[in-house]
Design a protein around this ligand. Sequence first.
Ligand SMILES: *Cc1c(COP(=O)(O)O)cnc(C)c1O
Length: 430
Amino acid sequence: MKHAQSHALFDRARRLMPGGVNSPVRAFKSVGGEPFFARRAEGAYLIDVDGNRYVDYIGSWGPMIAGHAHPLVLEAVARVMRDGLSFGVPNPLEVTMAETITRLVPSCEMVRMVNSGTEATLSAIRLARGATGRSRIVKFEGCYHGHGDSFLVKAGSGMLTLGVPDSPGVPKALADLTSTLPYNDFDAASRLFAAQGDEIAALIVEPIVGNANCILPREGFLQHLRELCTRHGALLIFDEVMTGFRVALGGAQQRYGITPDLSTFGKIIGGGMPVGAYGGRADLLQQIAPSGPIYQAGTLSGNPVAMAAGLATLELIQAPGFHAALEQRTHELCDGLEAAAREAGVPVTTNRSCAMFGLFFTDRHVDNFTDATHCDIAAFRRFFHGMLKRGVYIAPSAYEAGFLSSAHGDFEIAHTLEAAREAFREAAAG
Ligand SMILES: *Cc1c(COP(=O)(O)O)cnc(C)c1O
């Protein structure tokens, strides 16, 4: 594989942008080497500026659940685009989007569109604080809720990849208002609420953790959180920026049968355009400006082109059997990866939920963030590069989940498993 063009671009980029990138995990810091620059993408593939093709298991970190450059999504964008890119007054697609989200996710009686997942979670905790008159936020170790000050405490994703426990620049006074808990620990949550329950505005959780690789909730854990919040008058926020519309049409809350007070979304609802949303109980959303006093606004919020891309994607995923087929594919892939690792004598375990999965270099089941940190990172690194040179792109970090799309077919899975058999052998050789 040649990388001359990517290498030249990265040289230029490094002088102009921090780390040469606009989001940290893209820089390949935790796997070594240099990132490739995408020229285009189609279906399950990324094609770089040197002409190399990769089966892509990132899907732009979640949005591309229907595959890259899906013709129906591109058509919808092209159609809307001709009428103008932004109006600054209401447009009909915003109403359709709100109708679609509230129909697919019944806990959301009302929604507000924003421009990123970060903005959605920031706005949701402001609403929670404003509505409860309390200040404390509870989150879980290894959960990532975007880069808002209150969330950069024991956060996942790039924070783990770079080994930064807490970011400089977050005022201590604000960080002190965030309490953290180990995921899947029933007793720790009970104890925290017993001690601080009447100060807690909201508990925010990734109902399936997708930012410390992929970790599933234990049986009854989300229900336990629901009960603690209800008992202590705190709001339960499901951050479904990643899981929303991915692990089921109605997100993790549908999969586990839990009704949160507020939910946050992003990624899939933008279909690849910059979008976020928060929604929930009408009595809470009514407290947002201009119907209520809690302020939140956005010049480009509800942007027609972004709404068109999101709506087209949401249309595609409502096809009967869409998620069942994805789930089946994910099982084929993960079973195949485990078998290939066993053959090579590499201890590996997987977690999966529909169209997302985690591959861990350990023989123990991974149930929380601490378990995830006990993986063999050096072996992962060798595996990552072994896959990359065989044209398979998995996340360039042991702490990121993998994503499938409906464009991943038999051929792509077979190619991936063939590459994995060789890459695991290289990972074992050290
Ligand atoms: C990606 C993500 C975010 C942040 O979304 P951005 O659009 O990157 O700001 C927040 N929460 C979760 C669970 C995410 O996966």
